[in-house]
Design a protein around this ligand. Structure first.
Ligand code: SF4
Length: 226
């Protein structure tokens, strides 16, 4: 009997919330043109979630339909995000398909599911959760050992307690010695002033960098698909 993952890509589907072309707003590829594939569904309910529409909305699309939309734009970068994209097992053949078509593939994942099967060519943005999110107990810390040196670790914070949590996490796991670039500490948009976090980052005991959701400064913050 043929398994789902050995089926031709025309038969494989993913539930897709939206596919759009914009500039990357976050992380090491910030401000590069990028196609976003947002998959439906999330196993977390973070207090500050700005994509709650991704929890249920969407339709099943074949890998070919997804790849055709991605390839319709000239960007080299494509980010698969959510929701939590690793919830859908057909993401793995999608990684291969997009990589084979010459794209640089990024994955944004919460760190609550294992990244052990994510191929080495994928740039992972691991979004570990702090107490302010209400979901930090779902963090799978073994993912920190599975990250490549070139990947990004991002930690969203809503206050000083979260910042100190991030600092302790970095020190405990010596993450600054494993990753090529410092951990991104990103203030919750609209709640915590970037200038305040900039001062905390400057005084931190371990290397960090300030992250901002730049798309919310370029475009109207409540807009979708930007
Ligand atoms: S992991 Fe992301 S999509 Fe899921 S609830 Fe948290 S912020 Fe929202």
């Amino acid at each position: 009997m043929q398994t789902i993952n050995s089926a031709p890509s025309e038969a494989l589907t993913l539930k897709v919330n939206e596919i759009f072309y914009s500039v990357q707003g976050e992380g090491s590829f910030a401000l590069y043109p990028c196609v976003f594939v947002r998959l439906t569904g999330c196993n977390l309910r973070c207090a500050w979630c700005d994509t709650t529409y991704s929890f249920y909305e969407g339709n099943q699309q074949t890998l070919t339909q997804i790849a055709d939309q991605v390839n319709a734009w000239p960007a080299e970068l494509v980010e698969i995000t959510g929701g939590e994209p690793l919830l859908q097992r057909n993401i793995y053949p999608l990684f291969e398909r997009l990589h084979a078509s010459g794209k640089k593939v990024l994955l944004e994942t919460s760190g609550s599911l294992t990244i052990e099967r994510v191929p080495g060519f994928v740039h992972i943005v691991l979004d570990m959760k702090t107490p302010g999110s209400g979901e930090h107990e779902k963090n799978r810390y073994e993912n920190l050992d599975l990250m490549k040196a070139t990947d990004d670790l991002k930690i969203v914070i809503s206050g000083l307690e979260d910042f100190e949590f991030a600092e302790q996490l970095i020190m405990k796991h010596q993450i600054h010695k494993k990753l090529q670039r410092p951990v991104i500490v990103q203030p919750e948009f609209g709640r915590l002033e970037p200038a305040v976090v900039a001062e905390w980052v400057k005084a931190a005991q371990v290397p960090m960098r300030l992250g901002l959701q730049l798309h919310k400064y370029i475009y109207e913050p409540s807009l979708r698909a930007v």
